[in-house]
Design a protein around this ligand. Structure first.
Ligand code: GLA
Length: 409
């Protein structure tokens, strides 16, 4: 009796072992950028005033202030880090600002559990006018991999206009990155000029900019300047192209800059946006499944900004594993409503007052939004409370404000 029991238990254990081995083998290789990348980028705040010590301090601050725990992972050194090539044509970092080289910096970043990104360009010179990778793709990809780079932003200044050349140049770098064997996120940055949503994934991109550079301003009346609203208004038709492993990138987050950025301030009134406008900017980018790349100086970030960019509920919407980008489901009298379908049949709904003045809003879930079904609970994120909407969502929104609701089964 006892031995029979032992035999049975032994059999069950062996069977469990085989099942779990099979399950492990059946796992597909993890998709790089299965959810939109989250991180920090040096460009808008620091431009060329970036250095080894600043990057280390930025990383330390992201650990101390909770950004890392909230999911911010990539620290991306943008343009103007290089100082040309050595006698073997290997890219070198500016020796004054990066005295220990990029590998040493990457080791530090990795020791903090973060990842390091870098910038290059598909022509001979970057937008800032320093050496870039055209003609050196294999060498540069190998160099980046040997340094431990985890993310490459690849720009398109000084390169031919046509889409065929752009595709060829982007694919060439992507092939070179893949050949290194190191998983490196590949961020295509040609500013949406050649409809990259149609070809960037085939060129190996994990994200592709859909717009010109975003400035730290709500709305610009200048056609050469893109504010948050100009960019937001252009994203709706692109929703179908976003998904795990390939994201539309409406550019980085201006949140918290308050006009202090260098590049992001160019041509604006220098004031940045209001607290409410940054809240809406962040919420909309979460709804759009956009990459969440903060530009503020993380060493001196206000608790108000920190609270916003580490908001767990908004980040959960952005990082939802289904990977859907929100669509507009209602747009009337300056009230726009976006819906993002979430995993397991849950929903996120964002109601947004586009006008500059306060509005009382009441929307019928069935008639106006066509989303009604009996959800177990509805959470209003900015109000931070669960609500029972019955058939109507009723709220007052200040000008440029929004509220985001999660509907859960
Ligand atoms: C372009 C990009 C920006 C930034 C600068 C650097 O303008 O769109 O995001 O990388 O180049 O020069």
């Amino acid at each position: 009796m006892f031995f029979q029991l032992l035999k049975k238990i032994g059999f069950i254990l062996v069977w469990m072992f085989i099942v779990s081995i099979n399950a492990l083998q059946a796992q597909p290789a993890a998709t790089l950028c299965a959810t939109p990348p989250m991180g920090w980028n040096s460009w808008n705040f620091f431009e060329g005033k970036i250095s080894d010590s600043i990057i280390r301090e930025i990383a330390d601050a992201m650990l101390a202030n909770g950004m890392k725990d909230a999911g911010y992972e990539y620290i991306i050194i943008d343009d103007l880090w290089t100082n040309g090539r050595d006698k073997n044509n290997v890219l070198i970092a500016d020796p004054v600002r990066f005295p220990f080289g990029i590998k040493n910096l990457a080791d530090y970043i990795h020791s903090k559990g973060l990842k390091l990104g870098i910038y290059s360009n598909a022509a001979q010179l970057t937008c800032g006018g320093v050496s870039s990778s055209y003609g050196f793709e294999e060498l540069d990809a190998k160099t980046f991999a040997s340094w431990g780079i985890d993310y490459l932003k690849y720009d398109y200044c000084n390169a031919p206009d046509d889409v065929t050349t752009a595709f060829t140049r982007y694919k060439k770098m992507s092939d070179a990155l893949k050949a290194t064997g190191r998983p490196i996120v590949y961020a295509i940055c040609e500013w949406g000029q050649r409809k990259p949503w149609l070809w960037a994934k085939a060129a190996g991109g994990h994200l592709w900019r859909t717009t010109w550079d975003l400035r730290d301003t709500w709305q610009s009346n200048n056609k050469d300047l893109t504010g948050i609203m100009e960019i937001f208004n252009d994203q709706d038709s692109l929703a179908q192209y976003a998904g795990p492993g390939g994201w539309n990138d409406p550019d980085m987050l201006m949140v918290g800059l308050y006009g202090k950025g260098s590049s992001s301030n160019a041509g604006t009134n220098g004031k940045g946006c209001t607290k409410t406008e940054y809240e809406t900017h962040f919420a909309l980018w979460c709804m759009l499944a956009a990459p969440l790349i903060v530009n503020s100086d993380t060493r001196n970030i206000s608790s108000e900004t920190l609270q916003l960019i580490t908001n767990k509920d908004l980040i959960a919407i952005n990082q939802d594993k289904l990977g859907k980008q929100a669509n507009t489901i209602y747009n009337k009298d300056s009230v726009q409503v976006l819906m993002k379908i979430l995993n397991s049949g849950n929903l996120a709904i964002c109601i947004f007052n586009k006008s500059g003045t306060a509005k009382n809003i009441s929307l019928n879930l069935k008639k106006d939004l066509d989303v009604w079904k009996p959800y177990k609970y509805v959470h209003a994120i900015f109000q931070n409370k669960n609500i029972n909407p019955y058939n109507e969502l009723t709220l007052k929104l200040e000008g440029h404000a929004c509220e985001v609701y999660t509907f859960k089964n």
